[in-house]
Structures are given as C-alpha cells and as structure tokens.
Design a protein around this ligand. Structure first.
Ligand code: OSB
Ligand code: MG
Length: 384
C-alpha cells in the first residue's frame, strides 16, 4: 500500500453540554481530522482529539497540527507498507506527541481495513459484537445539577457513570450520587488533581467507603509511586490514565503495582497499534482495561468502539453515543447506544460514512501533502 495524499482538517463542533474537569471547562472542541488516500483512491480517516490547552497532557491542538504537518504526515506519504502495524516505524524518531501521531496511525488502520474489506474491529483482533458504554460527567455548578445529569444518563440506560472529582468536589458529590443511586456502577476521575498531603490522602482513602468501581488518576502523571502507595491502602482499584503514554510506562506501572485497572486511550498511547499492545500486556498481567475517550467526534469514536471489542476490555468504556456530546456528528450513521450498549459495526473499515460536506462546513483550516507522481520510497523511513 502506498499513500499518495494526506490532509489535515481542523474542525470545530459545539458540545451540547459544557464539560468541566479539575483543570478546564469546554463548550466546543477543535479536533484535527486526518485523511489518508492510497494509489487506488481509497481513503481512511483518523482523528487527533487533542484538547486545545496543555492541561490534560503537554500537547495542544496547535502543537498537534505542527507535529502532524511537519513530521508525521511527511513520514507516511509515499512510503510503501503492507500492514498498519508497520506504520509506527515510519515516525519512530518523533518523541512524545502521541495525540498528533494517533490520528495518523488510526487513519492508516481505517484505510487498510477498508481496502481489505474487513471491519476495523476484526482487523484489530476484536471478538465482541457489542460493547458496553459508560458516561463521563464533568464537574457541575451545583450538586443538584450533577444529580440531574446522572439521572438523565441512568434513564438513557447507561450502566456506569464516571464523575470528575477535584479537591473540594469529591466526598460530597460522591456521597450524594451513591445515596440517590445505591446500585449504580460509579467511578471517579481526578485527572491528577490530588497531592500527597495528609488531608488529600484522607479524602482519597475515604472514597473506599462508597463501593466505587475505581479511582482514576488521583495523582500527577509521573507520580507512579503515589498511585502504588494508594493502591496498597485501599480496596477500590486504582486506575491509570495520564500516567501511561507508552508501553514502557505500563511496564513500570505494573512493576510498581501502581494500579489494578488501565484506561487505554487511542490518543494518549499514540494510535491503535500501541493501544492493542497495551491491551495485550495488561491482559497478561491480569489488569482490567477499558477504553477512555477524549470527547471524540465520530471518527475517533468509531475507532474507540472497534478497539473496545478486544477481549481484554472487560469494563465499560467511555464510548457513549454521539448525541451525548454533539447535535450532529461527522459520520453517518452517528454512534448510537441502546441501553448503554453500542453495536460494533461489521462493515469494512470504520463502518461509518464520513460526512465530508459537514466537515467542510465546520472546518477552520486544512492542509494537504501529496506524493510525487512516480518513484515510491519503497518503505524506507523519511528524514523525519
Ligand atoms: O480523563 O478521561 C479523561 C475528557 C477530556 C480530558 C480527559 C478526560 C476526558 C473524559 C471524557 O473523561 C470521556 C469521554 O470521551 O466521554
Ligand atoms: Mg481520565
């Protein structure tokens, strides 16, 4: 396979409900959609779902644009390859910048599976025809507003709710949700907002009383030691998100016992090949995994659904329906959930049609790189 054209499309969509985490509040999102085209004219789409600000991880929409345009796309355009697992070798010299890489990697997988006539899920090794979705709820202005959001999602049939927490918005909202929904699977995500003061550790340990599914990323990303210490002192599984960007991070986390659950994000791991490798390693070590989200548009969301169909994804994933986030999505049909269950498409590639006209209407900018007409590079890596 040889990619003859690659383009980036910066697209802005408004969120139907503003979302606040421990670090930022969002009313709309700007994601970069990646389109790869091969010699036959077939195309594959991927999504760079970076937040616009460097508060979740060091990347931003602008750094992603720069890295993808300057390094990642030039490394794949004109290269010859047989299988998408070969793609990471093309950009192997690029350090970090996993979000920028992930969208290109996923576009390669979508292209390849589409050309082969198999579903992306099958291509990745998926074994499930449906995946269970949970919803992630932001910090709300009031406890009543939070309870109303939980009620709405429970009524829609979602079997698991994740609550964003931060110092000052933790024990009380969790207690209230638990009181109102005694049997609901609830988990909390701190996005690294806690330190190791006696007070903050007491709050985190206190959460053990609420029968939570997990406590996600309480401490800063590199502070694996604190996660390991907390996991030794609570029954609730500790889950890592921001701490695991690479397989090496995962190996370190496993060696330290820094958590019993792993959130695998296609974006954070730098693509689908890396996400599958993380799944395989976690599974070997008996660590439960689920697929995290970055409020993806339909392209990234479809990739998340496909990934979630792998056998180690034993916990509900953040792959709720498009309608939870966007009034209209960039794919047709949009991603839908029925009582919290999302069907895994069995059509070729992503299994959704990309709505190019709608992308055009909401595009802020675009750039295209094309290969020279002749002389492919025969698989040799570019200068990047
Ligand atoms: O930590 O999982 C996270 C959104 C933005 C930044 C970080 C996170 C999230 C989510 C969204 O929780 C999950 C979703 O896509 O529904
Ligand atoms: Mg998280």
């Amino acid at each position: 396979m040889r990619i003859v054209e690659a383009s980036l499309h910066l697209v802005r969509l408004p969120l139907v409900h503003a979302f606040q985490t421990s670090s930022h509040r969002k009313t709309h999102l700007d994601h970069i959609l990646v389109r790869l085209v091969d010699e036959s004219g077939a195309e594959g789409w991927g999504e760079i779902a970076s937040p616009s600000d460097p508060f979740y991880c060091p990347e931003t929409t602008e750094t992603c644009w720069h890295i993808a345009e300057r390094y990642v796309l030039p490394s794949v355009v004109d290269a010859v390859w047989e299988h998408p697992a070969e793609l990471p070798r093309l950009w192997r010299k690029v350090r970090g910048n996993r979000f920028a890489i992930a969208g290109v990697d996923a576009a390669g997988w979508a292209l390849w599976s589409g050309v082969r006539g198999v579903s992306l899920a099958k291509a990745l090794g998926g074994t499930r025809g449906e995946v269970v979705a949970g919803v992630s709820l932001g910090i709300e202005p009031t406890y009543d507003a939070l309870l109303e959001q939980v009620r709405r999602q429970v009524d829609a049939g979602y079997p698991r709710v994740k609550l964003k927490i931060a110092p000052g918005w933790d024990t009380e909202p969790v207690r209230l949700v638990r009181e109102a929904f005694p049997d609901l699977a609830v988990h909390v995500d701190a996005n690294g907002a806690y330190g190791e003061t006696a007070e903050e550790l007491a709050v985190l340990r206190g959460l053990d009383d609420f029968g939570l599914l997990m406590i996600e990323q309480p401490f800063a990303p590199r502070n694996l030691v604190a996660h390991a210490a907390l996991q030794r002192s609570v029954r609730t599984p500790v889950c890592l998100d921001e701490s695991v960007d690479t397989i090496d991070d995962l190996r370190t986390a496993l060696a330290l016992g820094a958590g019993r659950v792993l959130n695998i994000k296609v974006s954070r791991m730098g693509g689908l090949t890396a996400a599958v490798a993380a799944h395989d390693l976690a599974r070997e070590h008996g660590v439960d995994v689920w697929c995290g989200g970055m409020h993806e548009f339909g392209i990234g969301r479809a990739a998340n659904v496909a990934l979630s169909s792998l056998p180690g994804f034993t916990l509900p994933s953040d792959v709720s329906a498009s309608a939870k986030y966007y009034a209209r999505d960039v794919v047709q049909p949009e991603v839908v959930a029925d009582q919290g269950v999302v069907r895994v498409p069995d059509g070729p590639g992503l299994g959704h049609t990309v709505d190019v006209a709608f992308i055009g209407e909401n595009r802020l900018k675009e750039t295209t790189i094309t290969a020279p007409a002749e002389s492919p590079r025969r698989g040799s890596p570019s200068a990047a």
